[in-house]
Write a protein that binds this ligand. Structure first.
Ligand code: 4AD
Ligand code: MG
Length: 430
């Protein structure tokens, strides 16, 4: 019976065959322990010389790291391994002997590992991170489907720039100029007027000259947009959504979190509602904490966000930012003109902003005025103005950055490990 490591629990006491690679190996004169991986999981194969005979034992003993094989044996429960099963090997059939695999069990520098990202992905740690990433994506679809959102796919090649014009990737679109999408938001707003509650999941691009542990050039965003939802309604969706992701990962990725040595006690109580703090109060708080490098009207830097987040044990919403440091489309607060109805969700433990969102302007005159102030070419946005021209309604939405969320939940230091092939300021390879 051919199977995979993820499915061996169905075959306890039976002989199965698995296609696998050798992750690591220990052996003595009489017994070899093969750490096997097949992509779906990791399992130990035990090869006993007296059982398999001399020739098979030599094959097993001479396997090199990342050699590929079909391995056959009986599946046994193994209470000592966190995985719970091992294989008593009866036969090893070599497919390909790997010579001098560059990533050995010893420590390598970051640049070396990044140059070998295509191989580094095979490691247990990277495997665990990718599995958590997948679980977050799965739980996101589940959450939005359960709540009657429709998945909509906005374009990647666009003629508009929702998040400001300075960080755009320019390309040619035949004879026209085009940009890689910074955010699908404007299209999602149009889609919300057609489908009510929508969400997107796709790559977005920022030509940001930032070289920090939170910045990627290409990252993936989940962007929900909801017709008839006001600012507060959107915050509720956000806190419920993030709680749902956390609880799903805790439930379905316990092995991975253990492998990553994540302190899960810090995640367990992440349940809605989340605390809120207004921008004005956040500035006051920072001044009380001794930050003299920030004034009302400045955007927060990483140390500011971390100081605010450290005050809470859940993600915190910072709300009502100054109009002048936010994009053109945000709805002004009802009682004052200098701040907008927006919120950034700041993750605990120094992971920074994971969500940016707002209520959107739906008054066409105000929108035009704001676009003028931001020097946006009206021709490129005529379609966007139609949203508020025909049956405009209050609406809100947000964008969750997948990689920062993965970094927070897995507890990894840098977003470069949270996406299979990171695009960074100085890296387009591999
Ligand atoms: O705050 P941002 O720029 O918001 C928007 O793009 C809105 N149009 C979203 C919306 O309302 N539909 O980006 C949203 C999130 C951030 O909170 C952050 O998590 C992530 O995207 N993000 C990045 N992640 C990695 N690298 C970067 N360079 C990022 N820039 C933003
Ligand atoms: Mg933001």
């Amino acid at each position: 019976m051919k199977t995979t490591i993820a499915e061996v629990h169905q075959y306890v006491g039976q002989e199965v065959t698995i296609g696998a690679w050798l992750a690591n190996k220990r052996s003595s004169g009489k017994i070899a322990f093969l750490q096997l991986r097949d992509g779906t999981g990791f399992i130990q194969g035990v090869v006993v010389k007296n059982d398999v005979g001399d020739e098979q034992f030599q094959v097993a003993k001479s396997l090199t790291q990342e050699s590929s094989m079909y391995v056959t044996g009986v599946i046994q429960e193994d209470s000592r391994s966190p995985f719970g099963y091992e294989m008593l090997v009866s036969k090893v059939e070599l497919i390909n002997q790997a010579i001098d695999y560059p990533i050995t069990p010893k420590n390598h520098g970051t640049e070396f590992l990044m140059d070998h990202r295509h191989l580094w992905l095979r490691s247990r740690r990277q495997h665990a991170i990718m599995k958590v990433r997948n679980e977050i994506i799965r739980a996101s679809y589940e959450f939005f489907n359960n709540n009657n959102f429709v998945k909509v796919d906005p374009p990647i090649l666009t003629g508009s720039s929702p998040e400001g014009t300075t960080e755009l990737f320019h390309t040619k679109y035949f004879d026209e100029d085009a940009y890689l999408s910074q955010s699908g938001q404007l299209y999602m707003e149009a889609a919300a007027m057609a489908l009510g509650k929508v969400f997107s999941f796709g790559p977005t691009f920022r030509a940001e000259k930032s070289k920090t542990r939170r910045h990627l050039i290409e990252f993936w965003m989940i962007e929900p947009e909801m017709a008839f939802y006001q600012f507060e309604d959107s915050l509720k969706v956000q806190e419920e959504y993030v709680s749902y992701i956390i609880q799903s990962v805790l439930k379905n990725c316990s092995l991975e979190l253990e492998r990553l040595e994540r302190d899960t006690s810090k995640l367990e109580n992440i349940k809605a509602p989340f605390p809120r703090i207004m921008y004005d109060d956040a500035i006051k708080f920072l001044h009380e904490q001794g930050f003299n490098d920030i004034e009302w009207g400045d955007d927060f830097g990483a140390p500011h966000e971390t100081a605010i987040a450290d005050h809470f044990d859940k993600p915190v919403f910072i709300t009502h930012y100054p109009t002048k440091i936010k994009p053109f489309y945000m709805q002004p607060a009802p009682d004052r003109d200098d701040v907008v109805l927006c919120a950034d969700m700041i993750a605990p433990e120094g992971y920074g902003e994971i969500i940016g969102g707002s209520e959107r302007i739906h008054d066409p005159e105000l929108l035009k005025q704001r676009m003028d102030e931001h020097n946006l070419p009206l021709e490129a946005y005529e379609w966007y103005l139609d949203i508020s021209k025909y049956g405009a309604v209050p609406h809100s939405g947000f964008g969750l950055g997948l990689e920062r969320t993965v970094a927070w939940i897995t507890g990894v230091e840098h977003v470069r490990e949270t996406i299979p092939f990171p695009r960074l300021l100085n890296r387009l390879y591999p």
